[in-house]
Design a protein around this ligand. Sequence first.
Ligand code: GLN
Length: 486
Amino acid sequence: MSIQFKTIVELRAMLDSKQISAAELMQESLGLAKKHEELNCFITMNEEQALKKASAINLDEKTTSNLLGIPLAQKDLFCTEGLRTTCSSKILSNFIPPYTATAVKNLEDAGSVTIGKTNMDEFAMGSSNETSFFGSVHNPWKKEYVPGGSSGGSAAAVAAGIVPAATGTDTGGSIRQPAAHCGITGLKPTYGRVSRWGMIAFASSLDQAGPLARTSEDCAILLNAISGFDSKDTTSLNIEVPDFLENINKPINGIRIGIIKEFNLADLDSKVQERFEESKKTYEKLGARFVEVSLPNISASVPTYYSIAPAECSSNLSRFDGVRFGYRAENTDDLNDLYIKSRSEGFGDEVKRRILIGTYALSAGYYDAYYKKAQQVRRLIKEDFEHAFESVDLLMTPTSPNTAFEFGSKGTQNPVELYLEDLFTISSNLAGIPAISIPHGLVNSLPAGLQLIGNFLREDQLLNAAHIFQKNSDFHLLKPDLERSQ
Ligand code: GLN
């Protein structure tokens, strides 16, 4: 029986009933990765180690872990000991970390097996996976279309059924937008819920790791494993972590869902709007009540993010200098020349653009006008959410203003076109609150995503609302036809 497109819960049942062994499951998963190599989901495979680890798994051993023997893929931004970690950049193309990121370690400690490292936008900067040094990932639904970004390799690997789930990171939408474009479920947790230790930093006050999977139930399984305090990350929250599976099935009647007045959905493609209205009706049938809420500062989210994220990235990426590790240019005259040439040759154009913008925003004469001002606006946006959550339990928006687009069709002349992809996702990163994207149907044969935004630490409510939707619809069961998706 094929394991392709199976969920963690289904694979667990196959393993428990001995329909398949952990080693066979791993072989199948690795085989699928090879078969669909043209999607370019993976940068580095972990074949030998994965098979070795899977062969050593004893399924008869008493364990409560849902993840024992489950193949997973990790975004190539998580450091993995002994396994190349590139962040999709030339500057790290030969980097082999001496340690493993806490989030990945927690998943592996729970018994899962990493089959490989997934392709992404360089240093997670992008929304289409077109900035990867290792080439773009293809969308499994239509191969000449982007998978979204930056966690595009993780999203495509799950959508193609190679692995049941994968890790991603989300700084402004990088889990939710590719999940939406590939027709799967993706969750960005509350800032601090998951340790960032061992994640290569893009914008430290916004970055957060989370799961991409076929269902919200599987996202809950991964979130259970990766959440929790880590003394190595001072921003990780030292609070008790609930069991995210416990209340996932609770009825949602009476739940109050806010629609954000400032997002003018009438401006969107009529079919994207139509999907949104249909999903509203589904939630109404399930007992939800919709309320219009106002977040007066939310329209400033994109410019605020594009001041803060580049500023933090310019500081974080200063460590890549060709001296300590990573790519080093040859034939240089002196130390300064070595820095300049290593960085000029090692980084791609979008990363350079962000470093330049960020350095400018942090420079002595402009700090107050850009960085400080952006932080003040960020506070206002956060307060808008706090206010909104006084009268609603969740907020609902489309995940993205559109579905996946063709390679080269956006952002080549004007990068702002691509920046607007994250219109609906960026504000939750600025506020630090959790949000999930679930598939809610096709628009012109491509998946569209529905976003639910939750209050601080209320991933349980998000997963519950998403799970009940998935129990009452079959959009998450739709699969791309990989033979005919050219
Ligand atoms: N698309 C956004 C950017 O380019 C967000 C990326 C992310 O979440 N890592 O910065």
